[in-house]
Design a binder for this molecule. Sequence first.
Ligand code: SAH
Length: 215
Amino acid sequence: MHYDYSSVRKEMVKRQLIPRGIRDPRVLEAMGKVPREAFVPDAMKADAYDDRPLPIGQDQTISQPYIVALMTEALELTGTEMVLEVGTGSGYQAAVLAELCDTVYTVERIEPLMENAKRILQNLGYANIRYKVYNGTLGWPEYAPYDGIIVTAAAPRTPRPLLEQLTEGGRVVVPVGDRLSQNLIKVTKEKQGYFEKNLGGVRFVPLMGDYGWKE
Ligand code: SAH
């Protein structure tokens, strides 16, 4: 059956994002453009725009569209930023970021997930994304500092190396809490120190390794 993804995508923006308060026109445009169906397993393509996370294999998930939009909006991107993503997963969040900033540096610990995400992103023509199979709780020191850092897995606390890899004025968005439920925290690095804001309750798969959860 042929499925009109672009109209379901527009409906998602209209029904899931705008009523919940996503305002940044650039974020809404990117969410209305990136083909989420390309990042979900074949058997789930018809569910790609459902209002929930979906399994992507290896016990991992692609986040709910609203959560992707909320985290992206919190980074306050204008197009010039260097952004680090910890937890490439399907690659969907990386594509949304790539629409909105200068360069995305994305790190994933599970090699087959990274290979799959990279293939999809390259086929879609994204040329401003750099990839690394690595423990992302350590950031990606080589290209630091970053204007924005997004962590798409749940941490017991904000990993210290990520705070250190922020520019002044830079922000990190990270789910912090226990293994089952967390709060989405935005930390902004100012001259005077770090400022935290709670963006609300979320549920993410765990961030593994040093500064994350033990295996
Ligand atoms: N942003 C993804 C969602 C990823 S789910 C998307 O758009 O689809 C969280 C991902 O974080 C999983 O793929 C998991 O393997 C990865 N992850 C967990 N701990 C990690 C770590 N320490 N370093 C890098 N990636 C990690």
